[in-house]
Design a protein around this ligand. Structure first.
Ligand SMILES: *[C@@H]1O[C@H](CO)[C@@H](O)[C@H](O)[C@H]1NC(C)=O
Ligand SMILES: *[C@@H]1O[C@H](CO)[C@@H](O)[C@H](O)[C@H]1NC(C)=O
Ligand SMILES: *[C@@H]1O[C@H](CO)[C@@H](O)[C@H](O)[C@H]1NC(C)=O
Ligand SMILES: *[C@@H]1O[C@H](CO)[C@@H](O)[C@H](O)[C@H]1NC(C)=O
Ligand SMILES: *[C@@H]1O[C@H](CO)[C@@H](O)[C@H](O)[C@H]1NC(C)=O
Ligand SMILES: *[C@@H]1O[C@H](CO)[C@@H](O)[C@H](O)[C@H]1NC(C)=O
Ligand SMILES: *[C@@H]1O[C@H](CO)[C@@H](O)[C@H](O)[C@H]1NC(C)=O
Ligand SMILES: *[C@@H]1O[C@H](CO)[C@@H](O)[C@H](O)[C@H]1NC(C)=O
Length: 628
């Protein structure tokens, strides 16, 4: 607001100068219309002294490049160019200088806060000869030296290469690759996506991200959240034993903490490679802020004075704003509504083939969730008619987006949810009084009912829910148990399919070091107890790919034999087909055979399962282990 006011009253010359400042979208987000949340650009501009620019040799592209939120004519490009690899301590800055920690001398040093000038180029060729767009942009300590620009003038469904450099110098970023989406009315025949969630740094290497790069098997990467975790290593993980301590080495609360944590994750070579090669479409889950977040708190954070003191003076709202701000700075994501700084729910049209709806079931406006001490209470209200996962504004947008998608005739509707949608009885026959995960859609049954009513009442088909969060794989027909008849054998009565994927490294819900036999026994119980769940796997960390055409959609699930070393090993564990118009998994489900977990009415053929000790790492190997 302040900036717009300034430019409206200023001379043409100032407008031109400031244009390249606002080109760095991070100066505007998380909200340009809330001055306390945005950056005062005219103050940043004042610190710029064109007569003494930065020595390019003192600046470094510290965390590679990234791209995301592709549209037919534009895409978001990201990099970070900084005098040090440390992050900005903006809450302890002295006027004109940022304080950075020098790891060599182990002391804080003051660094000039003069803005850094960066140029960028995007082209159809790797030599960057056929330039489609280019520009000059500034960054500074105010935004942790991150740069986020929207490259424009692009052609739909086209691969591009891009690069940043310090102005007027040869100091260049790595070369990135990205891809625009087709126009909504383009009749494309195929698109492929890799779907990820739940990457916990101290639990292992992000091999899963690297595998789709090594195969070059997809057009875009979808991330359903838990891109980082907020814990101290000692609290959750074995980072010591694999030399992966997430910094700062404590639970995170401040803006600096969140910046530092994302920056630490962004040193993983496979994550860097994925960002460099693919356009990402991410949303956050809970751990981008804290465990089991909802509108007014999280598992470890009550909205009380006690919590405030324990967390070093950081309230629920402040912590969320720190997390959100760092997320917008570091992720190649668009902010679709500058007046709504918490909004990341948004949608993408991928030709006539797909509408991708990315939800925020977590931070935006979720009613109270299971915080561990209140499980019985949440159970008792889980079917209360007032509960919402999304809040009314997002919910009505969601339903309108679904009808608009059906009206425009897009073949498939893909719905990216963080948490598992399907009813899932986890009692394992133990007579547990709380057999559901009340932190998932099961704790918000009426919101699920409204979603299903919307789909059934309007006969909207070809709905594919995507979920993460659970660290295990669950494949189900999309059904409304107790309301619409459903035949588990044929799939009749179903209105779509849910593919919920395992984590990149986050441990199995059956226990971090669960054995294959024990994990498969859990899977068998779950598949038997839940009519709509057709396949479940508790053992493997991994991801899945969707290969989508007009006639059918194929999901391929990959299991990672071990993540305690960096490697390109993976096992194709199960494949599923959904035919257009059928609204259920094609029978026999998974072709009747999977390699792991439990398949309803089908076989598990693990092939030649052996114990492998390749490169000093112990893991269960299969006959068709791929070494990528
Ligand atoms: C600033 O953030 C640091 C963590 O980086 C924290 O230790 C410190 O207490 C904060 N200072 C103020 C004044 O908020
Ligand atoms: C939050 O409040 C509940 C109920 O009073 C209590 O059991 C729990 O320990 C509190 N948690 C924290 C982190 O203060
Ligand atoms: C879960 O399954 C158990 C055992 O089959 C059953 O007793 C219980 O009623 C089920 N609960 C729910 C909520 O589905
Ligand atoms: C949601 O639908 C289920 C199945 O019909 C029903 O048991 C439940 O009461 C519904 N919840 C609400 C709040 O309408
Ligand atoms: C589980 O495996 C990890 C990684 O190999 C190891 O560091 C940890 O000690 C194991 N935990 C147990 C309880 O065996
Ligand atoms: C899944 O499909 C892939 C690619 O066609 C194939 O290599 C793999 O063996 C299949 N896996 C299973 C479990 O059917
Ligand atoms: C199983 O795999 C091991 C190690 O790869 C190999 O030595 C053995 O011959 C295989 N056995 C069968 C029956 O294929
Ligand atoms: C095993 O380690 C060596 C050396 O570290 C490496 O060159 C090789 O690629 C690794 N093998 C596999 C299968 O990852």
């Amino acid at each position: 607001m302040r900036f717009q006011f300034l430019s409206a009253l200023s001379s043409v010359a100032i407008v031109t100068v400031t244009a390249s400042w606002t080109k760095n979208i991070n100066y505007r987000s998380p909200s340009e219309h809330h001055p306390s949340l945005g950056i005062s650009i005219h103050k940043v501009v004042k610190r710029n002294d064109p007569t003494s620019p930065w020595d390019p040799a003192k600046l470094h592209f510290t965390h590679g490049v990234a791209s995301g939120d592709p549209y037919p004519e534009s895409v978001i490009l990201w990099t970070r160019v900084s005098p040090t690899s440390d992050n900005d301590h903006s809450n302890v800055t002295v006027s004109g200088y940022a304080k950075l920690f020098n790891h060599d001398t182990e002391e804080y040093v003051s660094v000039s806060k003069a803005p850094v000038c960066v140029e960028y180029k995007i082209a159809c060729d790797e030599e960057l000869a056929e330039v489609a767009d280019s520009g000059t942009v500034y960054t500074s300590s105010d935004v942790d030296y991150t740069v986020k620009v929207e490259a424009k003038n692009l052609k739909p469904f086209t691969t591009y290469y891009y690069q940043f450099n310090v102005c007027k110098s040869d100091n260049k970023s790595p070369l990135g690759r990205t891809k625009t989406t087709p126009k909504a009315d383009d009749d494309i025949t195929k698109v492929s996506l890799a779907v990820y969630s739940c990457a916990n740094f101290p639990f292992g290497f992000f091999n899963a991200y690297g595998n789709s790069v090594r195969k070059d098997s997809v057009d875009y990467v979808i991330h359903l959240g838990d891109y980082i975790y907020e814990y101290a290593n000692g609290e959750y993980g074995w980072g010591q034993s694999i030399d992966r301590i997430p910094l700062p080495d404590k639970e995170i609360f401040s803006l600096y903490d969140y910046r530092k944590r994302i920056a630490t994750y962004r040193t993983d070579l496979d994550l860097l490679a994925s960002h460099q090669q693919f356009a990402w479409i991410p949303v956050w889950d809970d751990h981008e802020v804290a465990d089991n977040t909802w509108r007014d708190g999280s598992a470890e954070l009550n909205n009380t004075e006690d919590s405030f003191v324990r967390d070093g003076g950081v309230s629920v709202d402040q912590r969320k704003m720190h997390a959100v701000r760092a997320y917008f700075e570091w992720m190649p994501i668009r902010q679709v509504d500058m007046d709504d700084n918490l909004r990341i729910w948004r949608s993408f049209s991928i030709g006539k083939l797909v509408d991708l709806v990315m939800l925020d079931t977590r931070q935006y406006d979720r009613s109270i969730t299971d915080l561990y001490w209140n499980t019985d209470y949440i159970h008792s209200i889980s079917n209360d008619a007032s509960r919402s996962l999304m809040g009314p504004r997002q919910e009505s947008w969601f339903y309108n987006t679904l009808s608009a998608s059906a009206e425009r005739g897009a073949t498939w509707r893909l719905i990216g949810s963080q948490i598992v949608f399907s009813h899932t009885n986890l009692s394992l026959g133990l007579g547990d009084e709380n057999p559901l995960n009340y932190d998932a859609w099961d704790g918000y049954q009426v919101n699920r009912n409204r979603t299903l009513a919307m789909l059934y009442d309007n006969a909207i088909g070809n709905n594919i829910f995507l979920a993460g969060d659970s660290h295990a794989s669950w494949v189900s027909d999309l059904v409304w148990l107790g309301e619409k008849p459903y035949d588990s054998a044929t799939g009749e009565g179903s209105i779509g399919v849910e593919f919920a994927g395992s984590g990149v490294t986050s441990p199995s819900p059956a226990g971090a070091n669960v054995t294959l036999d024990k994990a498969n026994a859990f899977a068998q119980w779950i598949v038997a107890a839940n009519p709509e769940i057709h396949w479940q796997d508790m053992y493997y960390r991994g991801y899945y790919e969707l290969h989508i055409g007009h006639d059918e959609l194929e999901a391929q699930f990959f299991g990672l034999p071990t993540v305690v070393s960096r490697n390109g090993w993976e096992i194709p564990i199960a494949n599923f087909t959904v035919r257009s118009g059928e609204n259920r998994l094609a029978r026999p489900v998974a072709g009747g055979v999977v390699e792991s977990g439990s398949l309803k009415g089908g076989k598990v053929e693990q092939g030649n399962v052996t114990v492998d000790t390749r490169n000093g790492t112990w893991f269960v190997s299969h006959a068709d282990l791929a070494v990528l």
